[in-house]
Design a protein around this ligand. Structure first.
Ligand SMILES: Nc1ncnc2c1ncn2[C@@H]1O[C@H](COP(=O)(O)OP(=O)(O)OP(=O)(O)O)[C@@H](O)[C@H]1O
Length: 243
């Protein structure tokens, strides 16, 4: 297994949808053992970038690699990369436990680990109820459990904190910190900047398809500045000057 510093490398990544550049020549790396927050206003191009990284859509130009290879060339990718996009897609009539059961065999997850994951994400009591009756936060927890089934080295999560109550957010933050402290890597997008500020090590900030900043959180913030203020400073700069 490659043990390089960078788990994800994106170079000159571009995606055009019918002439619109959703992602425009983006370059960044994501370092191993760190939590990287993927930030930007609505429509900045975050999800499109993640989808290219995961081989769900093809770049118009450029490359996005994991451990030096495109996602499609990884061996057993579901064991190496845990993914939570779009809050998870669920069959409403299925129970939480059955949802995990559908994916567990493919990634070599046995019933004991599955039960432990359900307990870890706080779904013990609800595991045998249909997902249709779950709250948004419960679906987020189930989506995270599904991403963890293969005991991955890398977690890619799109808005994992949406709908979590304060206790759920604290739990998620502590969980992700412990995950990264064990040498594994997290890339997560979120609009919850207060929460992100307490969680992330590094920041990727996009706006209008371009990367405005990539680096340690401490390098983004000016003295005494909060992440929300830095976000506004950078994403509002130039507004009105462009067509
Ligand atoms: N399949 C598609 N067809 C056409 N345009 C698309 C498609 N997917 C995304 N776009 C456009 O690409 C741009 C970037 O969208 P994207 O979903 O990547 O942004 P985002 O940063 O994830 O936003 P949000 O924070 O709202 O989730 C938007 O203008 C969006 O309308």
């Amino acid at each position: 297994m490659e043990e390089g510093k960078h788990v994800i490398s994106v170079r000159d990544l571009t995606k055009e949808f019918r002439g619109t550049r959703a992602v425009d020549g983006v370059c960044f790396d994501v370092a191993r053992g760190r939590i990287t927050g993927f930030l930007g206003p609505n429509g900045a191009g975050k999800t499109t970038t993640l989808r290219m990284l995961l081989g769900l859509i093809r770049p118009t130009e450029g490359t996005a690699t994991l451990w030096g290879s495109p996602y499609r060339d990884l061996r057993a990718p579901a064991r190496r990369v845990g993914v939570g996009l779009d809050g998870g897609a669920f069959v409403g009539g299925r129970t939480g436990r059955d949802h995990l059961r559908c994916y567990a065999p493919a990634v070599g997850c046995g019933p004991e680990r599955m039960a432990r994951l359900l307990s870890d994400v706080g779904l013990d009591a609800a595991a045998d109820r249909p997902v249709a009756g779950y709250s948004t936060g419960m679906k987020q927890r189930l989506s995270l459990a599904a991403a963890l089934l293969g005991d991955p080295e890398l977690l890619i999560l799109d808005e994992p904190a949406n709908g979590l109550d304060p206790e759920g957010m604290l739990w998620l933050r502590q969980f992700l910190r412990a995950f990264a402290a064990s040498g594994r890597t997290v890339l997560l997008s979120s609009h919850l900047l207060g929460e992100m500020e307490q969680t992330i090590d590094d920041v990727l900030l996009m706006r209008q398809g371009r990367l405005l900043f990539g680096g340690p959180l401490s390098g983004l913030l000016e003295p005494d500045e909060r992440l929300e203020e830095a976000f506004m400073r950078l994403t509002r700069a130039g507004n009105g000057a462009e067509g």
